[in-house]
Write a new protein. Sequence first.
Length: 279
Amino acid sequence: MKGNIFDIQRFSIHDGPGIRTTVFLKGCTLRCIWCHNPESQKPEPELAFYAHKCRSCGACRSFCDKLFTSNCTACGKCVDLCPHGAREIMGKAKEAADVFEIVKRDREYYITSGGGVTLSGGEPLLQADFAAEILKLCKNAGIHTAIETAGNVLWENIEKVLPYCNLFLYDIKAIDEEKHKKLTGASNKLILQNAEKLLSANKNVLFRTPVVPGYNDGELDDIARFCRGKWEILAYHEIGVGKYAALNREYLLRCVPPTEKDMLSIAKKTGAIYRPTGM
């Protein structure tokens, strides 16, 4: 079974317990204003351009006049032609079995560290069948499985991965619906409903919230109450800003990232888990 991914990161320590391999799937139902993976939002492959690497040699344009137009199909030929690495296709189709072959390379590290595989995105549950196939292969091989989700999908999508997922890393961005719409472009009704269903099903859930000063930090007490103590806070960062330029998009958020002192203070006040590893 094939699905669309945009990255596989080995030796990840931010996406669940222990040393993990994180597989990033393309496509998302939300448009969070702080999103640090803009290449994850669209389900199809995209062409990225890194202006600082370009030497204006003209090799790509001599072949194609559709670059960064609505007619661009992200075929990748301009990437092959560029001698300076200024162009990149973000996203590609992969077989679930091929993803598993990469994941299982680090099985010994998972065993010694209590790690495993995490499916992230984007929203991996938009490709629920593909996600379930990867998780099934991993679980059958004795590899711990986790999925990072915003929960803004039909419950039937979540049901497809339930038998194969050891841990849900569940994002809660805001509790107030109108604020959630402003921050992400979507209602949070389905997100909160699915979260309650997971808890009622006695699934292992760790809720996570990116702390974005001036945007959702006024809701942290409400989020803490909803999460019932199974809650981790993550510090907003600006690592992904350069990706927006590469994808010819504007980064609209203007925010000073919280300091470690700020995060420790929030954790102490709310009882949240905080590890100084970024968002």
